[in-house]
Design a protein around this ligand. Structure first.
Ligand SMILES: Cc1cc2nc3c(=O)[nH]c(=O)nc-3n(C[C@H](O)[C@H](O)[C@H](O)COP(=O)(O)OP(=O)(O)OC[C@H]3O[C@@H](n4cnc5c(N)ncnc54)[C@H](O)[C@@H]3O)c2cc1C
Length: 708
């Protein structure tokens, strides 16, 4: 425990000991309070402000230190100050005192509790972040739960102090009124127990649950409203219809079939969607050949005198198609039919909340619908771009001859992966990015690392360049007020992907879109129609195959089992990787985000250039950068740059998901010599920086003593 924490604990303990040693508890009995009424009234008449301030201070101290007696003091305040002023005084004093207790418990215990029970608390933390105000309000209104316990417990959660303050003030108001009012009749009260009748407790309970009930009622009302203009079929042919057979649609349909529901999957184009046909699979196949080429060119580094390579770009692209063909059976109609999914080809259109039409001919009725219609490359409306045949991630796979000069618009993951690959095949690549650096989501040193590597490989990276127009085979950009002209043979656009949201019924049903132009969904992945769900790229906020599959599980289970059981999509640990060479992989926070969001953190960096296996592999570059919560080993996030970073990061994904700290990673045997050892060494670097110096000095003395 830090010194400041120890000091606070000591001060509080001292105050408590002093209170009880001085017999403070004697003053907080009902009889004493009643007996003191006349004397206190006398002070009040003589010094109204001083008495009020004195009461205020004592009240804050009593609640802040979680001492017993606040309820009795409230009665006395009612008797002395009357209903209005008494309520005001108690309301503010109790809230300030409660917030002090909340802050005390937060300062002294929260980090430790969160670290020690991070696995068990993950769900509670998410609940508090989402609906903590509602729950606190309910607890405040129900007099059965001791307030001091609420103050201390809430301090251990992620609830903001300001939220705690105003919800407490509001929530305690009814109880305060009742007690202060009772206090105005103090002389006639026989015991505090009589103040709360069963009827009153019932009313409090109702009030407490009101916000939660109201929320549910509003949801029900909204749902009824959207369905009002549609006629619900009496029976459905299917439990679920899934639109789109990409990563999200395939997993949704698979889950639905696995739990023995009747499910139909509709695909208008190619099974497997983007990932298989135009995304992950072809890009990774292309990158692998490009990497081999680069390794052959570096043959001298591997001790080979001379290694020549001769290749035809058309063969490389043919190989890409071969890889797609090899993976295709995993996503095929045959496989999914065998799994119990009815697979239909055609363009789906939602014609009512319960019906889907295929190619304007067949109509299927279904209890639920999952929209998994994916996204497409965004081509910005730059003047002149319409006059050329732009390459995107959709059509780049059709190339059979290598462009001599390739301009790549976009410095995100797809732009970076393709820019490096094409440069390795021998194209003269210019990468243009409007923002100050490429891979803008990563920390600046990560972007700088990749940009330096690109420069070494001949990719010209132009950051801070805004594309203005296309003039024939020239891309005109603006940089700091000057025009820069970039000649190209082909222009590849990789500036982002837009969700497919039109032409299949969303407009007619009035399903709203988010600000990011994806389908708006709630935490259960329901659209405005609770029986219509969306997942994958069409729903966002992430655009990865693994997040599409992750969401698909929630969408399918919720679509099939709601209203009996619903699960909130869990986005607490989202990883991703950019498959440049070296790869960049991340989970959780990076340093830039932690700073922006004011999240306390410590940074540990291990340089992969020191790793034995990386040295043996001529891959001694990159780093493992881990963010931990101060005062402990809890992982807040990790970034890995290096060979197989996408594989190495998995250890940190598991650590974050299951509450495993760096100490445990350090205590786990990692096989020698592997790249994965980098994770253990990063944990070791953290441990070294947190070595218990005082203890080590004692141990040093012990050894000296042992030597005699
Ligand atoms: C070049 C590139 C590289 C990528 N690399 C990676 C990577 O390495 N790792 C990673 O995780 N992600 C990667 N991604 C992203 C990944 O491909 C997507 O996130 C993922 O494919 C999204 O899956 P989805 O099911 O949401 O959409 P999609 O795969 O787009 O599937 C949607 C399907 O719906 C169909 N459809 C649409 N409307 C209708 C309709 N009305 N009726 C019937 N069918 C319809 C479409 O034809 C399509 O097949 C990459 C993307 C690209 C472009």
């Amino acid at each position: 425990m830090s010194r400041s924490r120890l000091l606070v604990v000591a001060l509080v303990a001292l105050a408590l000991v002093a209170f009880f040693a001085a017999g403070g508890q004697r003053y907080f009995s009902f009889e004493t309070i009643k007996g003191q009424q006349a004397a206190v009234e006398g002070w009040y008449q003589a010094n109204p402000w001083r008495t009020a301030l004195g009461f205020f201070a004592v009240y804050v101290a009593v609640t802040g230190l979680s001492l017993p007696g606040a309820a009795l003091m409230t009665l006395l305040v009612g008797a002395i100050f009357g209903l209005l002023w008494g309520t005001l005084l108690v309301s503010f004093a109790s809230t300030i005192g409660a917030t002090l207790a909340f802050l005390l418990s937060r300062f002294v215990l929260r980090d430790w509790v969160q670290r020690r029970f991070q696995g068990q608390l993950a769900g509670i933390n998410r609940g508090v972040e989402r609906e903590g105000a509602f729950y606190l309000f309910t607890l405040r209104l129900i007099p059965a739960v001791p307030f001091f316990a609420i103050n201390l417990a809430m301090g251990l959660t992620p609830m903001r102090a300001w939220t705690f303050f105003w919800v407490s003030q509001l929530g305690m108001l009814a109880g305060t009124l009742v007690y202060v009012n009772a206090g105005t009749q103090l002389a006639r009260i026989e015991s505090p127990r009589g103040i709360l009748s069963w009827q009153l407790i019932g009313a409090f309970l109702l009030l407490g649950f009101f916000p939660l009930i109201a929320k549910k009622l509003v949801e029900l009302y909204k749902a009824r409203k959207v369905y009002a203009r549609w006629k619900r079929p009496a029976k459905f042919d299917r439990n679920l219809v899934v639109i789109g057979a990409g990563s999200a649609g395939l997993v949704s349909a698979y889950i639905a079939a696995a739990v023995r529901s009747r499910v139909t999957l509709i695909e208008k184009h190619r099974m497997g969607g983007d990932c298989l046909n135009t995304g992950c699979v072809p890009s990774k196949a292309l990158l692998r050949t490009a990497k081999l080429l680069s390794q052959i060119r570096r043959s001298k580094e591997y001790g080979l005198k001379n290694a020549q390579v001769d290749f035809d770009f058309a063969d490389v692209m043919q190989r890409v198609q071969r890889v797609i063909k090899a993976v295709e059976p995993h996503d095929s109609i045959e496989r999914y039919t065998q799994l119990g999914v009815e697979c239909l080809r055609g363009e789906a259109r939602i014609t009512s909340p319960w019906t889907v039409e295929i190619d304007g001919k067949t109509t299927l009725s279904t209890r639920s619908i999952i929209i998994a219609a994916g996204a497409r490359p965004f081509v910005p409306p730059i003047p002149g771009i319409e006059g050329i045949e732009v390459l995107t991630s959709d059509n780049v796979w059709e190339l059979r001859s290598l462009p001599r000069r390739l301009a790549v618009l976009g410095g995100g993951p797809i732009g970076c992966e393709l820019a490096q690959a094409f440069a390795r095949f021998g194209a003269q690549v210019t990468q243009v990015e409007m923002l100050p650096r490429i891979l803008m989501r990563e920390d600046p040193e990560v972007s700088a690392f990749i940009q330096k590597k690109f420069a070494q490989e001949g990719v010209q990276v132009l950051t801070g360049h805004k594309a203005l127009r296309v003039e024939g085979n020239t891309l005109v950009c603006e940089r700091a007020g000057n025009e820069v002209r970039i000649e190209f043979d082909r222009l590849l656009c990789a500036v982002g992907r837009v969700a497919n949201t039109s032409g299949y019924g969303l407009e007619e049903l009035g399903i709203p879109l988010s600000r990011a132009r994806t389908i708006e969904t709630n935490e259960f992945l329901q659209t405005a129609y609770p029986n219509i769900y969306a997942c994958g790229d069409v729903a966002g906020p992430y655009q990865f195959t693994h997040t599409a599959a992750h969401q698909a599980w929630y969408a399918a289970v919720n679509a099939l089992f709601a209203p009996f059981r619903k699960f909130r999509a869990d986005y607490s640990v989202i990883p991703w990787a950019t498959f440049t060479d070296p790869e960049v992989a991340r989970v959780g926070l990076n340093q830039t985000e932690a700073k922006e969001r004011n999240i306390p953190h410590e940074v540990t960096v291990y340089g992969i250039d020191e790793l034995d296996r990386a040295i043996a592999d001529e891959a001694a570059h990159g780093m493992v950068k881990v963010l931990t919560a101060p005062g402990g080993d809890r992982v807040l996030g990790a970034t890995v740059v290096g060979e197989h970073a996408g594989d190495l990061i998995v250890e940190f994904i598991s650590a974050m998901k299951h509450g495993i700290g760096l100490n445990k990673i350090l205590g786990t045997i990692h096989i020698y010599p592997t790249m994965a050892e980098a994770n253990k060494y990063a944990a070791g670097a953290w441990k070294k920086a947190h070595a218990p110096e005082r203890l080590l000095r004692q141990v040093e003395r012990f050894h000296a003593w042992m030597r005699g």
